[in-house]
Design a protein around this ligand. Sequence first.
Ligand code: ZN
Length: 411
Amino acid sequence: MAELITVNGRSYTWPRAPVVVVCIDGSEPAYMEQAVAGGHMPYLAKALERGADLRADCVVPTFTNPNNLSIVTGVPPRVHGICGNFFLDPKTGEEVMMNDPKFLRSSTIFKAFHDAGARVAIITAKDKLRKLLGHGLDYASGRAVCFSSEKANQTTLADNGVANAQAMVGLAIPDVYSAALSEFIFVAGVKLMRSMRPDLMYLSTTDYIQHKHAPGTPVANDFYAMLDRYWAELDGLGALLALTADHGMNAKHDAAGRPDVIYLQDLFDNLLGTGTTRVILPITDPYVAHHGALGSFATVYLPQGADRGPLIERVSQQPGIQKVYDRRDGCAAFELPEERLGDLIVISAQSTVLGTSAGQHDLSQLTEPLRSHGGVTEQRVPLIVTRPVDVPAGHRLRNFDVFDIALNHVH
Ligand SMILES: [Zn+2]
């Protein structure tokens, strides 16, 4: 068994006890701060007496897939290639989902450890992430398990390392828009910790609750109390827990509760003519009921030869826009792969979201005032370890340092 595993230019020490990394989708730091303060997370409150209660910056765009892939590879999207849920394939001119492993350019930390003999278990809420997170694992080894709550009734030994995950968990498959979809992950995690005792476990939830409920509200506190109970069980089984988030979450509505939207495609159509530009919203995915495909990050393809300077200046002046970058500057600032972004990168302010055209967004399914993410204002996330750690000084901590901290810096 190797002492040190190197992947994507970073080295990780072999864990002495099981390490469980939890990515709590959309967990703005205030969720756990308020749940702990309100007495809803007794396990975490106790663990923090000697553990590390850190904050880190996630990847911009502050979306689920770019951040989950950064966490499990230890590197930013410029290296691993996954910079959104959707992108415009320059070869075809089509908008395509980026959840196919063919778009992933880096090995995961799981694969590197698994190849060296480790047992690994990965459980996600939605199936959209599963193939990316489990890419390269050899399920025939009997040392790898990877499935989603959403499709736990469709697992096979060959594709997931477990023949019937739902039977193993013993619960009904929850609705894709529910807190139960996340709870299912932890029930499964505890069962696997008992039966398989993986060296590395990764549990990645869904932000359904965070999209609808602000920190400190009863439903949010109940959700975090649920997480706390399972974390206590995992800790009791001897696991070290490292908790982070893919991104934060902010209210994105006006005083009347209506989404505060800038329709960027309409704006560019007015400036340059209909059909000349293409606005891409990388938040778009098949599960839009909780955010209406509205987030705080967009990328824009301009007609050839368009003069970017005056456009950047004009769009920057729009109230609710935080900053407009050209491709090169934006990709340098956020460590993104230039060939997968448009000519401009547009970031909206804390309470504002970006849409394409007014007619393209079905807001009828938004049952609560909009909360969403995607911009720089959702970049701050928790990074909590249940044991004392020594954090390298003078280092900008990122959520994708979580495996480094948990494996290399725990006392
Ligand atoms: Zn997310």
